[in-house]
Design a protein around this ligand. Sequence first.
Ligand code: ZN
Length: 463
Amino acid sequence: MPEQNKMEKIVSLCKRRGFIFPDSEIYGGLANAWDYGPYGVELKNNIAAAWWKRFVRTRDDMVGLDSAIITNPKVWEASGHVANFNDPLVDCLKCKARHRGDKLLEEKIGVAEAAKIPFEQVGRKLAELKITCPSCGAASWTEARKFNLLFETNIGVVADAKNKAYLRGETAQGIFINFKNIVDTMRKKLPFGVAQIGKAFRNEITPGNFIYRTREFEQMEIEYFIEPPKQDEWKKPFEEWQAEIKKFFKDDLGIGEEHLRWRRHEDDERSFYSKDTYDVEYDFPSFGWGELMGFAYRTDYDLKQHIKYSGADLSFTGDDGKKFVPHVIEPSFGLTRTLLSVLCEAYREEDVKGEIRIVLKFRKNIAPVKIAVFPLLKNKPELVKKAREIYDRLKLACACEFDDNGNIGKRYRRQDEIGTPYCVTVDFDSLDKGDVTVRDRDTMEQERVEIDKLEGYFAEKFK
Ligand SMILES: [Zn+2]
């Protein structure tokens, strides 16, 4: 199927089946804002739970955190977000579209040359080089203007500079500002890490591509603290993290290795304090390679910034009593982006006896609904009663759905489209012989399973 088409089909399926809705649709919507529907939120929670299980719950060297979205604004001065998020924005004089001037220059003359052009000359340089507007093709530009990517807000009723605050631009800073609290309470030895999942906000200039780039998004971030390394000692934990991240995408989410790549940042692309940085990218059907996560060795930059701005002692005392500032390895995942890659990976159209079957082949453990239970006929009370009994038992162990709408074929079609791995049908034989039909989403094969053995059967399937 044409790749552009595939993304449109996924967007439409997400709306039709209750995964993702355009936000505030009854008011005409809000561009690039999306709401996660009943199946979307289950899928998102399942991805987050798989991440938390792998990177927090099953490790002795990791702890979790949930920090505030609105913090003291000094956090963002220390982190560099208030300064660094001042991108040179230019407006096209013809169509008024707003673009990142530095990005347009980079495309034409490369990252290194573009970096040499001072902020106030960006607009002029674009015109000089006859760089055209991606929206309309004209080549006349305003001067570059500053635009803070952090969302500003005011604490309290009066809006003035004194009570200005920001919605967090990333979850990572919440970890650094709690470093001392965690060291003081958790009795951890180095190396150890802190993980956080939550919303972050950036006033992006060019949002788009469905849920790929949105102004409100979710992150899953880890700061892994290590002793200041001698020479290349950081490479060992760095490579161990790389291996775990690969397992997460492949084993937990079922993303094919051929659709993932580790793109190493060039020297001029990397932050000055970072020793090594990668983007893990997914090959999206409509727009190609896009970042799912960043992975960097950030040295002791972040903690030192907060020491400088707060005056607090964020050092760690080693076994020998010596104090030092730990270094950090940062795996920073985009949760909502990862969800889009999971949808793209799962989407299939199959020819079944001349008809197209649309199916989301999620890895079974992250499917929003694990088992659907049907009575063969909805107007036979004894079948409905038995199916309800089975449903009430199975739902204690995993996400189940009871469905008696329409005929069986229609119910299968619906469950295929939301990616339910197993459907259980209760028929007249179930009443006599005490077994049911279990249909497998991927093979469409059906087998009879004794009702009393269903729990054990599914525990095996979802282990
Ligand atoms: Zn234009």
